[in-house]
Design a protein around this ligand. Structure first.
Ligand code: ADP
Ligand code: ASP
Ligand code: MG
Length: 488
């Protein structure tokens, strides 16, 4: 952000949203709104925060985004019947929830709204069938329906429970660039619109409810913030309102030493730094969208990751500075990485290098790591779909070859790279695997390496066993690997 922009923000903040205010942004993920029991838990959690000024951000009901994606793909390949049947079942699911949670005229009004939205969704599927095109722009339009439905449903369910909730269409206040599928907020406009839209509701004592993930470009075309983007929405709204805290309510007890779906003995990390959590998210820990920490960090807003099924738990607190020292805090991994080789040896100068980068950038193909030797460029890229098109575009500049199905395994911890024996312990643990590239990252906080995608879970399990042996206490984990400290 430029100095000019931060000057504007500071004035706005002082005049309208003092840091001392009590806003708490509460984001509930798909499993936290998956059925009537989950929505009742959400209501109880929101009611427990009414002493503050809660703002609620909700994801689509669990699995709905994937189902919409499949329906769109089906329609665009001529299987309109299957697509319509899929959205019909999504509609029925919402209807049943509305029926279970909401009575009388409120139910009828919501039902009318949902029916209207579903007619628009069906019309979109017809268009896709006709055009046989399902590009990122129409994907954003289609996927946004999931958060639209869930946010309206949750608003009415809160009202039914006596909470003075008000629905806010996030697409009217989160304004992004037009990078469909992975849009970024235009900060000043978004900040102003969130303040103008959500601020008055808070002043009237209402509880604003927004769909996460969804936004729109300057010209009002629907965009999304990328898969898992509701976390990011919560952070954007929190930063715009100078919230006192941002709470990410999910289906695990907090950020853990690794994905508990891979290692059942993963432990909760009680406190981490923004930087560590951001690295973890960047390297694939699904629990947080990678964009989430930047707005919170910028405004110094603590982020809490909490379990909506066990709201009494302490969760993980993410703050500016957590306990430092030579530690391994967590292990994560990201799939769908490819190694790319660009040659020939004599042809790459700085101008060509810029051209090469521009092509990767234009196709939203994020480059994780780059090395250059004897005019050959080696890249690690984090999305592989666009590689054939990129190779075709660069045909006249250089030959592009790649290998898919790799995964980056990453260890995160403050000062991890300053520990002389972390790397040797890591490589001893995976010495029989085909470890290709070792990345030291741009900070002292990560060590990562590349393995075949098929070995991802095994390598994570082995490393977890080394750095978080089972004899350690199962909870109250402070992010400090004592096993590592003793050995180090
Ligand atoms: P939500 O729908 O609430 O956004 P997600 O499925 O996006 O939830 O994220 C929660 C999931 O993230 C957990 O169920 C867990 O499997 C996964 N996960 C991956 N890495 C971690 C980690 N280090 N700590 C906790 N959860 C993790
Ligand atoms: N519903 C969206 C997704 O599944 C966004 C989110 O859940 O955060 O990716
Ligand atoms: Mg998520």
């Amino acid at each position: 952000m430029s100095g000019h922009e931060s000057g504007i923000n500071e004035r706005q903040r002082q005049s309208r949203f003092e840091r001392s205010n009590d806003v708490v942004v509460m984001k509930f993920g798909g499993t936290s709104v998956e059925d009537a029991a989950a929505i009742r838990r959400l209501i109880a959690i929101v009611q427990s925060r009414l002493g503050a000024q809660p703002v609620v951000v909700v994801s689509a009901l669990a699995k709905v985004t994937d189902q919409l994606l499949e329906a769109g793909a089906a329609a665009a390949t001529g299987h309109l019947g299957a697509a319509l049947a899929a959205v019909r079942s999504i509609y029925v699911r919402h209807e049943e929830l509305a029926d279970a949670l909401i009575d009388g005229s409120a139910y009828s009004a919501l039902d009318g709204e949902l029916r209207g939205e579903f007619r628009a969704l069906e019309a979109l599927l017809h268009d896709l069938e006709e055009s046989r095109q399902f590009d990122l722009k129409s994907q954003d339009h289609l996927l946004g329906f999931g958060e639209c439905f869930s946010s309206k449903l949750v608003t009415e369910a809160l009202c039914q429970a006596g909470v003075n909730a008000a629905h806010v269409d996030a697409r009217t206040c989160i304004v992004t660039d037009a990078r469909h599928g992975q849009a970024s907020p235009v900060w000043d406009v978004t900040e102003q619109r969130v303040q103008d839209t959500v601020g008055p509701l808070l002043q009237r004592g209402q509880v604003p409810v927004l769909g996460g993930f969804i936004a729109s470009s300057f010209d009002g075309i629907p965009t999304t913030l990328g898969r898992g983007g509701s976390d990011y929405s919560a952070a954007i709204v929190g930063a715009a309102l100078c919230a006192a805290r941002i709470e990410i309510w999910t289906d695990v007890d907090g950020i853990m030493t690794t994905d508990p779906k891979i290692c059942s003995d993963a432990r909760v990390i009680r406190k981490m730094s923004f930087d560590e959590a951001a690295e973890l998210a960047h390297f694939g820990a699904k629990v947080l969208h990678p964009g989430t920490l930047a707005p919170a960090m910028r405004e110094k807003i603590p982020v809490y990751v909490l379990n909506s099924k066990r709201p009494e738990g302490e969760g993980t607190e993410i703050v500016g500075r957590a306990r430092t020292g030579n530690v391994v805090s967590a292990i994560t991994a990201r799939k769908n990485v490819a190694t790319v080789e660009i040659g020939p040896a004599s042809g790459i100068d700085s101008e060509r290098l810029r051209a090469v980068y521009a092509v990767f950038d234009r196709h939203s193909c994020s480059v994780d790591e780059m090395t250059m030797s004897l005019g050959r460029i080696s890249l690690l890229v984090g999305s592989t779909a666009a590689l054939p098109v990129i190779a075709a575009e660069l045909r006249d500049v250089a030959e592009v070859r790649w290998e898919n199905h790799k995964a980056l395994v990453c260890l995160v911890g403050e000062n991890i790279r300053r520990q002389p024996d972390v790397a040797s312990r890591v490589f001893a643990a995976v010495s029989d695997m085909d470890v290709r590239v070792v990345c030291q990252g741009t900070s002292d906080r990560t060590i990562s390496f590349l393995v075949e995608e098929s070995r991802i879970e095994e390598s994570v399990r082995r490393l977890h066993a080394v750095f978080f042996p089972q004899s350690e206490p199962a909870r109250d984990w402070g992010g400090l690997s004592s096993a590592f400290c003793q050995a180090g």
